[in-house]
Write a new protein. Structure first.
Lengths: 100, 167, 510
């Protein structure tokens, strides 16, 4: 069995890359995928924690997170399609009708 | 010996997919590399003795969610070809520095927390245990999720209808 | 926590679940209201000509019934229901009442606004009442899973509500920004929770509290988890440095939705934040009514710095706004700073101050938004430059607005003053002088921009212009009534004091 910290390190790295995608990319689709990556990093950390404690709480939590992520993606992608139809672009840098 | 090697392989795959998402310009590449990450993570969940979550990861994440992503990406792709969206370079530089500092702190935290903890295999979370937990102590959140899905559904209907008018 | 899988314990837990259902009647009524809206729309409104009325009646009846149920449960013993998934205590009941009252005013403000097409109302109310269900859960959740679900619940409904104007690009832009920023904050919150679970081995905050006080071997990892959780929650209440989405979203959203957003989800966020901090971090062995906190970090200082930054940036942002929605958006950020000041004291008195402040903010801010909506009906604009001399056109409405602005500034006697009084009293009692000083300076800055609005309304001459409509009768009477409440409760009443003090009772599982 390998050390738990490796799993946590992987999860931290995935979270970091997800954060970078969110901060640095300009396409709204990329941003959403970065958020998915961050959620997955959280799931991995949950399940790694379950290795110490056992029990079914962590898998059940991850199950809930899966359902919520799916709902969030449905709303987000519907909005992306809507924005794409009205604007013709998904560049978050061009969304500047609201300023001040 | 098998476990460390397979973990290393899966972790490399997962990280590689994530980095592809970060660096490839085309969102279709991004979706496909994210699928690789999801599948690699499913493998890691199997290693962590969570077969149920691993299966769900493949079905829900790699299957449903990423297919939805792929569909929408293909749908809106035309616009991207006209003006490919790349980077926000100054923000990337700044974000990298912030992320590096945070990761450094996090690694320190993990070093204290993960390293000292002996990992014991523990009883694998069987599907029966998960079901009992889900429909026992988590029954109320479970029911709430159904209400949440209703609300999300109404929301998507609203957004979808708006799209119809404007096109 | 390992769980035995014999059918006996499962049956027992099912029985406990059914018994718990009787404890959450207000939530059940709100759930039924959501379903009733969908069904009434389907069977009585679809295809029979769109008109205002039936849906509003359903929502108001549901909220009224839930309010009565909340009041009935208010005096009950604080208790945990569904295991330790959530708790029912005076604190949660009080916030439930705040959300329900905000929804009632929200329905009225929607009725007098033309921003939401009547044909879209059923979906609109479904989302709004759905988000209220989420907020009620936010105010009573004591488990990471139920916290995460409730936060997502409110967020998902809010994302769509922010974009609820047909053919308005600004509205859909506001919506997309909200989804992106909001989802990021959810992911950050989740990552924090995953570490918290790894450290304590339980998703229940009450159990986690006991575990942490029994042994806390990894303070750095705990600190990291808590900072992530506070960042995620700070995002939802728009505290600095996570506030940047708020002005855009509040400006782009339909005005009644903005009014609702500035009050109800914020109150829910504060209820959740204070419950989270107290339940997880306060020392279980100290006597009730006196809390000490896990000492890996100076929490009061950290939250105090956030509070100072939030109120200062909010106020300076508000100074240069000419759009009333944006001005009130920045002002709401400033008020978040004042409430955070109360959070930073981390004491039962501070909790009492939060409660009074949120009740005051509910009345005065929704009142101010009612006036903004009514003026928008009259002039077709939310720009401050179109407010000149409206006192000559709608005197009663302007008088009410002046009362709200006076109260938002925090001058006596008004509800706003009462809220600020408790916040400052507790800050000074704990001798956090620097924070009290920054708060005082900020109150003076706020005076300037609130007075600017009052000055335009009252002292400038009325310009010749094309009116786009009439001031709704309902708006005038409702805002005058709210203004009266603002002034009457500005004097400390014994009964009000008693109710709010009692509301500061939390169930901590000890």
């Amino acid at each position: 069995m390998i050390d738990l910290s490796w799993y946590l390190l992987l999860s931290a790295a995935l979270f970091g890359v997800g954060t970078l995608v969110v901060l640095a990319r300009r396409n709204a689709l990329h941003l959403f995928m970065g958020i998915e990556l961050m959620l997955n990093a959280g799931n991995l950390a949950f399940l790694a924690g379950a290795r110490i404690h056992g029990g079914a709480q962590a898998p059940v939590s991850v199950l809930f997170i899966l359902a919520l992520a799916a709902a969030e993606v449905a709303v987000g992608l519907a909005l992306i399609v809507l924005i794409h139809r009205t604007r013709g672009t998904l560049d978050v840098g061009s969304f500047n009708l609201l300023k001040g | 010996m098998l476990v460390p090697i397979s973990f290393a392989l899966l972790a490399l795959l997962a990280l590689g997919g994530a980095l592809m998402l970060l660096f490839r310009r085309d969102p279709v590449d991004g979706v496909l590399s994210l699928v690789v990450t999801m599948l690699a993570l499913a493998g890691i969940y199997l290693q962590l003795a969570d077969p149920v979550v691993a299966a769900l990861q493949v079905i829900v994440y790699a299957g449903a969610i990423m297919v939805l992503f792929l569909f929408v990406t293909m749908f809106v792709r035309r616009a991207e070809e006209r003006g490919p969206l790349g980077w926000d370079r100054p923000r990337f530089a700044l974000a990298s520095i912030v992320a590096a500092c945070l990761l450094g702190l996090l690694v320190q935290a993990i070093g204290a927390f993960g390293g000292n903890t002996p990992t014991h295999p523990g009883p694998p979370a069987e599907i029966a245990a998960i079901a009992h937990s889900l429909f026992g102590e988590f029954l109320y959140p479970f029911e709430l999720v159904s209400a949440l899905l209703l609300v999300a559904m109404v929301g998507v209907v609203v957004l979808g209808r708006r799209g119809e008018e404007s096109s | 926590m390992p769980h035995s899988i014999d059918s006996l314990s499962f049956e027992a837990s099912t029985a406990a679940t059914i018994e718990s259902l009787g404890q959450i009647v207000p939530e059940l009524i709100v759930t039924c209201t959501v379903l009733a809206i969908v069904l009434v729309d389907l069977f009585f409104i679809r295809g029979k000509g769109k008109r205002q009325g039936p849906l509003e009646m359903v929502v108001l009846a549901g909220m009224g019934a839930a309010l009565i149920a909340t009041w009935a449960g208010f005096a009950g013993e604080p208790r945990a229901v569904f295991g330790t998934m959530m708790v029912v205590d005076p604190f949660s009941s009080f916030f439930d009442a705040v959300f329900l009252l905000a929804t009632v005013l929200f329905v009225f403000s929607t009725m007098m606004s033309n921003e939401i097409a009547v044909a879209d109302r059923s979906e609109y109310y479904t989302l709004a009442v759905g988000s209220v269900l989420g907020m009620m859960l936010m105010a009573s959740s004591t488990d990471m899973v139920s916290i995460f679900i409730s936060v997502e619940f409110v967020s998902l409904a809010s994302y769509v509500m922010a974009g609820f104007v047909r053919g308005d690009r600004r509205s859909s832009e506001a919506s997309l920004k909200y989804v992106l920023y909001g989802s990021v904050s959810s992911a950050v919150l989740l990552f924090g929770f995953s570490y918290l679970y790894g450290l304590t081995g339980t998703t229940s905050l009450i159990e986690a509290n006991q575990v942490l006080y029994a042994s806390n071997p990894y303070p750095l990892a705990l600190l990291f988890a808590l900072v992530l959780v506070i960042a995620g929650l700070g995002f939802k209440i728009a505290c600095v440095p996570f506030h940047f989405w708020a002005p855009d979203v509040y400006e782009g959203a339909p005005t009644p939705v903005t009014a609702f957003f500035t009050v109800a989800p914020k109150a829910a966020g504060f209820a959740l934040l204070s419950r989270f901090l107290v339940t997880l971090l306060s020392n279980p062995s100290t006597s009730p009514g006196f809390w000490t906190f896990l000492g890996s970090l100076d929490w009061p200082l950290l939250v105090g710095i956030l509070a100072a930054g939030t109120m200062t940036l909010g106020n300076f942002g508000a100074l240069r706004q000419t759009n009333m929605k944006r001005l009130l958006a920045y002002s709401s950020i400033a008020h978040v700073g004042f409430v955070l000041m109360a959070v930073s004291t981390l004491s039962p008195e501070g909790l009492h101050a939060i409660i009074v402040y949120m009740a005051a903010y509910l009345v005065m801010n929704l009142g101010a938004f009612l006036v903004v909506i009514a003026i928008r009906e009259r002039t077709g604009s939310v720009d401050l430059r179109d407010y000149d001399g409206l006192a000559n056109d709608a005197p009663m409405l302007v008088v009410a607005m002046v009362v709200f602005l006076y109260s938002l500034t925090g001058l006596p006697p008004s509800l706003g003053f009462l809220g600020k009084y408790y916040v400052f009293a507790e800050t000074i009692r704990q001798e956090i002088w620097w924070l009290a000083a920054i708060g005082a300076v900020n109150s003076v800055i706020a005076l300037y921009y609130y007075f600017r609005v009052a000055k335009a309304l009252v002292f400038r001459p009325l310009r010749e212009r094309q009116w786009t409509g009439a001031i709704p009768e309902l708006a005038t009477s409702l805002s005058v009534a709210l203004a009266a409440v603002t002034l009457v409760f500005g004097v400390p009443w014994g009964a009000f004091e008693k109710v709010t003090t009692y509301s500061a009772t939390l169930f901590l599982g000890r």
